[in-house]
Ligand binder design. Structure first.
Ligand SMILES: C[S@@+](CC[C@H](N)C(=O)[O-])C[C@H]1O[C@@H](n2cnc3c(N)ncnc32)[C@H](O)[C@@H]1O
Length: 272
């Protein structure tokens, strides 16, 4: 049975768009690595699930070239509007409003990709099973997602640990799966994909690198309404206006590395 999340937990505000851009920049290199490892090639017709601002769709467009085709689907009209504006240099890319649980194009795809989409779907297995039907026989499905459980400061810093606990609890309370990256290979195999392969990539940010505190503060800012509504922490405990600065100060004082969540990738082929 298909479950639905009440709302995509992160919304589509300007602030969320800026956060998605920062996040996409931080995982662009591993995403390229996974797209190549999964065999995305010139001329392919590729579906991008939960395309958001189209970051993955544009990377795929570079790989499939002018002879290829990319279709990005998302439920958010606002994000798709921005995605269309940004992809005007890629005539091979189109964006369609649709739900990954039900959307179907009559023409088959050579590949179906999805980055940071299963994270938000409690019914990930059903979605993959549905999307298997979008592939031609021999086509490849590639899923990329976070393992938030791998994120930490090393050595540990209480404020970073606390922040990550809030984020993990907020995603879970919204029905999301913050460690779904650990299960991608299993989910693909259960959905019927064959020859499934998987690995993960994690960054190690130096104490003075502003990206660690910005990443943590940014996701808490986006999740704050959910954190408060679910009774996980109060606005006073979060102190959002100073959170990033306090994390930066604590990280510098401790001299710790900040490990953002590992990006896991798994891919497999449709056999029949
Ligand atoms: C974290 S964003 C990831 C965007 C993009 N894939 C990336 O990696 O930059 C998740 C996206 O999934 C979309 N989304 C959530 N649930 C969806 C659904 N059921 N069908 C289609 N899109 C969905 C959201 O609107 C959002 O754009």
């Amino acid at each position: 049975m298909t479950q639905t999340l009440p709302n995509y937990a992160l919304g589509a505000s300007d602030q969320e768009i800026a956060r998605l851009d920062g996040q996409a920049a931080s995982i662009e290199a591993p995403t390229r690595l996974f797209l190549r490892a999964a065999g995305i090639e010139p001329g392919m017709r590729v579906l991008d699930l939960g395309t958001g601002l189209g970051h993955v769709a544009r990377l795929v467009a570079e790989l499939v070239g002018p002879e290829g085709q990319v279709v990005g689907i998302d439920t958010s009209a606002r994000l798709l509007e921005v995605a269309r504006e940004r992809a005007h240099e890629y005539p091979q890319v189109t964006f369609v409003q649709g739900d990954v649980r039900t959307w179907r194009d009559p023409a088959p795809f050579d590949a179906v990709v999805g980055r940071l989409i299963l994270f938000h779907l409690p019914d990930a297995g059903n979605v993959l099973h549905h999307q298997l039907g979008a592939l031609r026989p021999g086509g490849v499905m590639l899923m990329l997602d976070f393992d938030l459980g791998s994120s930490r400061a090393e050595p540990a810093v209480p404020l970073v640990t606390q922040t990550l606990e809030w984020v993990m609890a907020a995603f879970r309370s919204a029905g999301a799966s913050p460690v779904v990256g650990t299960r991608l290979a299993l989910l693909l195999a259960e959905a019927g994909l064959a020859d499934v392969q998987t690995f993960g990539v994690q960054g190690y940010l130096a104490p003075g690198d502003p990206r660690g505190p910005a990443l943590l503060g940014g996701v808490v800012r986006s999740m704050a309404p959910q954190i408060v509504a679910a009774g996980i922490a109060t606005p006073e405990q979060i102190g959002i206006e100073t959170l990033s600065q306090r994390i930066a100060a604590a990280v510098q004082t401790t001299g710790c590395a900040v490990l953002p969540p590992a990006l896991a990738g798994a891919w497999g082929r449709r056999t029949l």
